[in-house]
Design a protein around this ligand. Structure first.
Ligand code: AKG
Ligand code: FE2
Length: 350
């Protein structure tokens, strides 16, 4: 099977609430599996104040002044007080990769190698029978299959170990909704996504991961990645399954560096948030209080590879807060507790 190249970025996620996923399973990278193209995204309140579409199909929005300056400052202070740690990553998509690789090995090379080896063994053996040949093939198949499985396990481990270099920021999560900054972020997000849970008993914020605050110092970055996971049903089952939307708020103004770039989407030259020096790709300049909204998967959870994006290397210090809206309820420790939502979020309008 195909060898990984140095440009290969494995999608990754953390095992903690400060999570992050990286780009592409082997199937994404080598196109060995065709997947159905994504359909409609989850609904949002399209009349939300300040909402501006900067790309259509897939939709990407900037929301001007999504969060007031005092809330931005408070979120930064709360994160500093709690302390940020190196944003952790872990390999996501590994269940898909192992399945694909094992399937590929088992149907192709392993079978042929087993038969050829059995045939070679039988050469010069006057008494070789067809039955003997078949039995030898089966034995060889079993041995080679185990060897292939071990090689695949080693390969996925190496892939996983290499991921940390792709994300050099530090982060923490804020789940104390008694503080007005994080609370305003969650309340506004719930208002924005409101329509998607309008006919459900659940409060919209139950679909959210707790806000993650990410800090980038000079030269820190987040390599191109996807926020969704092709294997979300299995690997993200304990955090609400697939990520259907990413909402991030820029918490400070950034004069230089630290843009959010979508390498597969064209530039938006008419948008004043587009980085002027990038005529190729959609590349958003952070502005304090603005939000960026996009949809890593469609409403049914189908992965949308067009939403690949990155946090470009920081020059000036950069702070963001992020909410991932999942397909199902996100239980603690990843999501907010029912008690916290009941006390501070549900029923509050602002
Ligand atoms: O820092 C950025 O601009 C992008 C952050 C991001 O992609 C993420 O947190 O998933
Ligand atoms: Fe992301």
């Amino acid at each position: 099977f195909a060898r990984p190249s140095s440009s290969l970025l494995a999608r990754a996620q953390t095992t903690q609430a400060t999570s992050q996923r990286f780009a592409s399973t082997l199937a994404d990278t080598y196109g060995s599996i065709s997947t159905s193209s994504p359909g409609d995204r989850i609904p949002i309140d399209e009349s939300y104040p300040g909402l501006r579409r900067v790309h259509a199909d897939p939709d990407v929005f900037v929301i001007e002044d999504f969060l007031d300056g005092a809330s931005c400052d408070e979120i930064i202070e709360a994160a500093k007080e709690k302390g940020t740690e190196r944003s952790p990553v872990a390999y996501a998509g590994w269940t898909t990769d192992i399945k694909d690789l094992l399937g590929l090995a088992a149907t192709g090379p392993v079978t042929w190698a087993a038969i050829i080896a059995a045939w070679a063994e039988a050469q010069g053996d006057e008494d070789a029978s067809v039955l003997g040949l078949v039995l030898h093939s089966i034995r060889n198949y079993a041995i080679l299959f185990v060897a292939a499985a071990a090689a695949i396990a080693a390969f996925t481990k190496i892939r996983a170990d290499g991921l940390q270099e792709l994300r050099t920021s530090t982060s923490t999560t804020l789940d104390d909704m008694a503080m007005s900054g994080p609370r305003n972020f969650v309340l506004n997000a719930a208002r924005l996504f409101g329509p998607s849970s309008a006919d459900s008993d659940m409060h919209e914020s139950q679909f959210f991961e707790s806000p993650t605050v990410i800090s980038y110092e000079r030269d820190q970055s987040l390599a191109p990645h996807y926020d969704a996971n092709r294997s979300a049903d299995v690997e993200d089952a304990n955090r609400g399954g697939q990520t259907l939307s990413t909402l991030l708020v820029y918490l400070n103004d950034v004069d230089s560096g630290g843009t959010t770039r979508f390498g597969r989407l064209p530039a938006a030259p008419d948008c004043d948030r587009q980085l002027a020096s990038d005529s190729e790709c959609l590349n958003i300049v952070p502005r304090k209080g603005d939000a960026l909204l996009f949809f890593p998967a469609d409403a049914d959870g189908r992965f949308d590879e067009r939403t690949e994006h990155e946090g470009r290397p920081a020059v000036d210090e950069k702070w963001i807060a992020r909410i991932w809206r999942h397909v199902d309820k996100v239980p603690p420790p990843f999501g907010l507790s029912d008690e916290s939502i009941g006390t501070y979020i549900d029923g509050k309008k602002d």
